[in-house]
Design a protein around this ligand. Sequence first.
Ligand code: FRU
Length: 483
Amino acid sequence: MTEDEQLRQEAYEQIEKNKNLVDQDPYRLTYHIMPPVGLLNDPNGFIQVNGVFHLYYQWMPFKTDHGAKFWGHYSSEDLVNWRHESIALTPSEWYEKNGCYSGSAIEYKGKIYAFYTGNVKDEQGNRETYQCLAISEDGIHFNKKGPLIYLPEGFTAHFRDPKVWKQEETYFMVIGAQTKDLKGAIALYQSKDLLNWTYRGILVGGGKGELQEFGYMFECPDLFHLDGKDILVFSPQGLETQGMKYQNVYQAGYVIGDFDPKTGEYRHQEFEELDRGFDFYAPQTTIDSKGRRLLFGWMSVPDQHEQDHPTIEYKWIHNMTLPRELKLVSGKVYQVPVDELDQLRCSEVVSHTVKLTKESQELNGIHGKAVELNIQDIEIAEGWMEISISDGGRIIYSADEKVISFERKSYVDGMTEKRQCILSGLKNLRIFIDTSSVEIFINDGLETFTSRIYPSPKNDKITFGASKDASFTALKWDLNVKN
Ligand code: FRU
């Protein structure tokens, strides 16, 4: 048996062996992408080819912790019904033996070219990094071509997560990096044929420009065109908390700018976080056949109490966000759940138009563990209003302070913890609850809060409250994947 065959067999055995246990977890999600067993992290190689979406993911099948990652694979025609496909990449070769790390995919002459980082560590823990290529005709079976890019001068071996795109007949690649003086940076490469790559220099960071003092490592860069601008998404590590900003261990966000493919220069504005919740990191985008810019994020943050998640007892951990469409509106990247998610609605809508005056009340028929809530036409002039998701989490908007908060019961010590942002007024909320996750889209996607929550398994109450008066229309659907 080859090393690749051996690793595949062992991973499939893990799925089989733990299937019953994993399925018994009351916190297993119903309509989100999860690992069949073990740990899932970054979305990788997100692409639509011949009408099929492929979403690969960082996967550790053997434990609920990080390690020598595989590329697992889900596919879908509609972004709602996903098939778990056979393993795309195993860490079987010398140049990736400690992990087929994150990367991206691009279509070339009908084939999928997947670029990823080969992670290697020696016995002393010294790291090596190789940017590798694997080619697939069907999106399922990959033919590894080995390393194409070796570590250039001036960087540490924290050099990874290649994202490739085509612009004006040239291919470009951005790579997340750390310079020798321990500054976060993004390296830029270009190529005519996807095989021979030329280093163009540092795109942002590395002690230069606006992002010169901005943490010690940038992970998972993604540069793309959106509504007339070039957006650079990346996940910086090492930022200090500043008031309501940068509350998580690591961040994920973007800058808006203009990329000049001739000079390789990128001028941009200030960094903005993409999400305000507890659990959002390493997002990746693709463009679909309708021209939409779609995003998946990893619903967790590295090193943020990962081993305390209660799901590890059931031998699995973490999940993806829902697929979101990005829009650029008045200098802000908005995130909107993709329209296809309406297909998840499996009940008649329950609707109430209410004027709330009490601190806590239920609305007839509005409860559940896997639901979409649409709170529209919100009017609140003073005081606060809140929505509680059983005993797992709570959304509070203070009209006096113009602050929206999400609070949850910590899965580490049971204490209340919160994330917040400024909001000049609250107009609407779209809330997707899925057992142990919640995604809140505020004011048509201007802000989002993404978080894991661990409510008591039998409690499916949703309650509403206001300190003075607040009025709105609340719509609710039960959600489920039909197939
Ligand atoms: C981000 C990340 C990437 C790396 C991968 C390893 O979460 O650390 O930088 O490629 O995860 O799983």
